[in-house]
Write a protein that binds this ligand. Structure first.
Ligand SMILES: Cc1cc2nc3c(=O)[nH]c(=O)nc-3n(C[C@H](O)[C@H](O)[C@H](O)COP(=O)(O)O)c2cc1C
Length: 437
């Protein structure tokens, strides 16, 4: 029997210029205004999605590479997704909205109070994508930048502090008795006195307790430390991993083991694998796209080089395509994982053209060599993931209406006919929908 799957949309490139660089840009949307996001949120809710996650980076990166990030809008500008969230809540009734937040940017008391306010305003539909990027630290304090694991330690202290504030109103603290005119019982509020390595604050929180669960905690880190964080703390993990059976099962087992080690159960969190499919109207169209991508022209390679230049904060467009890529050009701060994704198993002697060509090449869903295929082929893949015990998938792209409709128009009815995609949401907010199956 087909298992229903949870669906999320990852708004890649965040609250920024939607669709910049695409031929279909001229739809006269203003990306700084809420309408384009509200329209997309309504579409996703109608499509039966549980949640939308809004990518973010609070920083434009290191001062000497800012031009690489903003020139083609790959790395910025980005406005604050936390402040976009209320507009999306207002446009929908059931969709969970998950802005990305970095513990470096919010003191725990401020965070607990703002998130609590949004959780109540939205009918318990808030989620928080907790990331540990350390590169933006200098915008928030002059303190030395934390290392990778230390940033996770800080995130855990931050989150447990926030949760202790959320829980500072004990059972029965909220009375609301008109007869006796008692609104609340102050003796049931815990004072919370936190003195930690990174934060010190007192409670209790000046906000009422939740009726339908706390905001859902979402996490995307894929390192050992990241998976441990997810197991111990998260309601949803965004998974980026190869989609063969062994890899999917191994990824899930690592998180489940971490959950159990932290005293939780495997059922306490949903793992959503991130996929960016290209849905085509026919098998022939899919074959044509894949065949055409085998021999990308220089314009296509330049487009890929621009995106890589932004992500890697290194100008690849200025390099000779025919010469081997000298990896010493990348600064120490550039993620080794990102460099490895550019180079793959092709070796450092391969010319830059070979690396960019490999990134340009698309593959077919049908033979599992890539993500181009028909709605039915993609539904087959999702069904297969479900058979391996998977909880759901996270589709990603921008919120340009062309992106959404090309991805969803044919896919949604196919998924619904197969019973993979929910037809209705349940009441009770994001946690209730995540736990409905
Ligand atoms: C699907 C996905 C989404 C992510 N979204 C963000 C984001 O919005 N902002 C951010 O700073 N990092 C984001 N990251 C990066 C992670 O937060 C984290 O910094 C990175 O994965 C390094 O942590 P790790 O070493 O544990 O993998 C994302 C990663 C993945 C896989």
């Amino acid at each position: 029997m087909t298992r229903p799957q949870h669906f999320g949309w990852f708004l890649a490139r965040g609250f920024g210029p939607q669709g910049w660089g695409y031929p279909s840009l001229d739809w006269d949307y203003d990306w700084t205004r809420p309408e384009i996001y509200q329209e997309a949120a309504r579409t996703l809710e109608q499509a039966g999605f549980d949640l939308v996650i809004i990518e973010d980076a609070p920083s434009l990166g290191s001062p000497d590479t800012i031009d690489l990030r903003v020139r083609h809008a790959f790395g910025g500008p980005k406005h604050d997704p936390l402040l976009l969230a209320p507009y999306l809540f207002q446009a929908t009734r059931h969709l969970g909205v998950v802005p990305t937040v970095n513990p470096a940017a919010y003191l725990p008391y401020t965070a607990a109070r703002q998130f609590s306010t949004l959780q109540h305003l939205s009918g318990h539909r808030l989620g928080l994508n907790v990331v540990t990027d350390t590169g933006s630290a200098r915008h928030f304090s002059a303190a030395a930048q934390l290392g990778h694991d230390a940033a996770y330690d800080r995130a855990e202290e931050w989150l447990s502090g926030i949760r202790s504030l959320w829980r500072s109103w004990g059972d029965g603290a909220l009375v609301g008795d008109r007869e006796t005119d008692v609104f609340a019982d102050g003796s049931k509020l815990s004072t919370v006195r936190h003195r930690g390595e990174h934060y010190s604050f007192d409670g209790p929180l000046n906000a009422v307790p939740f009726t339908d669960g706390e905001p859902a905690i979402v996490s995307p880190g894929g390192s050992g430390r990241g998976l441990g964080f997810a197991g111990a703390n998260s309601d949803v993990q965004l998974a980026l991993a190869p989609l063969d059976e062994a890899s999917v099962r191994a990824y899930r087992a690592k998180i489940h083991d971490a959950a159990i080690a932290a005293g939780r159960s495997a059922d306490d969190l949903k793992i959503l694998f991130a996929i960016q499919p290209v849905i085509t109207a026919s098998v022939e169209e899919a074959d044509r796209i894949v065949a055409a991508s085998a021999h990308p022209d220089d314009a296509a390679l330049v487009q890929i080089a621009r995106k890589q230049s932004s992500d890697l904060e290194t100008d690849l467009t200025a390099l000779d395509l025919e010469r081997p890529l000298d990896v010493s050009i990348f600064g120490e701060h550039v993620s080794r994982g990102s460099i490895q994704r550019l180079i793959g198993d092709r070796g450092e002697d391969a010319p830059l053209r070979v690396h960019l060509t490999a990134l340009a090449r698309a593959g077919r869903i049908a033979d599992r060599s890539g993500f181009v295929g028909t709605a039915d082929e993609f539904a087959d893949l999702i069904e297969e993931l479900g058979e391996w015990g998977n909880d759901g998938v996270l589709l990603w792209g921008d919120f340009h209406p062309v992106t959404l409709h090309r991805t969803l128009d044919e896919l949604v009815p196919v998924l619904r006919r197969r019973g993979i995609l929910r037809r209705d949401h349940v009441d009770g907010g994001l946690q209730a929908n995540l736990r409905a199956f």
